[in-house]
Design a protein around this ligand. Structure first.
Ligand SMILES: NC(=O)c1ccc[n+]([C@@H]2O[C@H](COP(=O)([O-])OP(=O)(O)OC[C@H]3O[C@@H](n4cnc5c(N)ncnc54)[C@H](OP(=O)(O)O)[C@@H]3O)[C@@H](O)[C@H]2O)c1
Length: 238
């Protein structure tokens, strides 16, 4: 297994949830970590809590900003794309406008930008890990947009794994995970997530740290490429 000690790791979407948990675990393993999100407030708040991590503000849709970020890092050992990066409309397909449906793909275009800007800086032994989600392969009514985006991310991962070898490219697919993505639920967040998860095998929402540990596996297992790892409490099974 590869060690993360002294490795340069860029985590886009690293100021909250799964990306932040990955940043903390990688930093604890001795990596030099750059963790990125759009909000300056989140960057400042995270930087004050985790002084060993370099937090930066950048949007996945800002090509110049990404180029500057990767140039400032220099040689990159691992890239993680964990940004939510889009507005999603959770309605049946026939009730969405074309604009609403295509807006969800901003997550995908953001990941494409991260790969285009980051890979020229990646070492030959380096890796890219993207984050999709369980709806890619288990789509309930109202989830068409996130399902299609998740499938696009997983298909891109396999395509890139063939094109970028010997650099490795993998994807981690979380199930319902208790992160900032659900902060809009306010005081009802924990209760709602418990209700959303009670029908799955492990009967609870996941923790960002549980998804992060799978991302760390993709960084450190030097024989793993083109793979999708599900961390979903059994959500894919009936
Ligand atoms: N939580 C779940 O249940 C779940 C389930 C399936 C899949 N996922 C996927 O897991 C990934 C991580 O989500 P999470 O749950 O950890 O969400 P989160 O806690 O909301 O964190 C999202 C991170 O992405 C950053 N971000 C969002 N849009 C960005 C953009 N355009 N450019 C740069 N950074 C951006 C956010 O910071 P700013 O907002 O400040 O930019 C934040 O750091 C996402 O791809 C999400 O779709 C999550």
């Amino acid at each position: 297994m590869g060690s993360l000690t002294g490795k340069n790791i860029v985590i886009i979407g690293g100021t909250s949830g799964i990306g932040l948990a990955t940043a903390i675990q990688a930093s604890d393993e001795g990596a030099n970590v750059w963790a990125v999100g759009r909000s300056e407030d989140r960057v400042k708040s995270a930087a004050s809590q985790f002084p060993n991590i370099n937090f930066e503000a950048c949007d996945t849709h800002d090509l110049d900003g990404l180029a500057k970020l990767f140039k400032s890092v220099g040689t990159v050992d691992h890239i993680v794309g964990a940004a939510t990066g889009a507005n999603r409309t959770m309605k049946p397909f026939m009730e969405q406008t074309a604009e609403q449906f295509s807006e969800a793909f901003d997550k995908f275009w953001g990941y494409c930008n991260v790969v285009r800007q980051g890979v020229p800086h990646l070492t030959d032994t380096g890796s890219v890990t993207l984050v999709s989600g369980t709806p890619a392969r288990k789509c309930n009514p109202g989830m068409s947009s996130i399902s299609c985006v998740g499938n696009a991310v997983e298909a891109l991962t396999r395509a890139l794994a063939t094109e970028l070898a010997p650099r490795r490219v993998n994807v981690v697919a979380p199930g319902t995970t208790n992160t900032g993505m659900f902060d809009w639920m306010g005081d009802k967040k924990d209760e709602n997530l418990a209700n959303m998860s009670k029908g799955i095998l492990l009967q609870r929402a996941g923790l960002p740290e549980e998804v992060a540990s799978a991302i760390l596996l993709t960084l450190t297992n030097n024989y793993m490429t083109g793979v999708t790892i599900d961390v979903d409490g059994g959500q894919l099974l009936p």
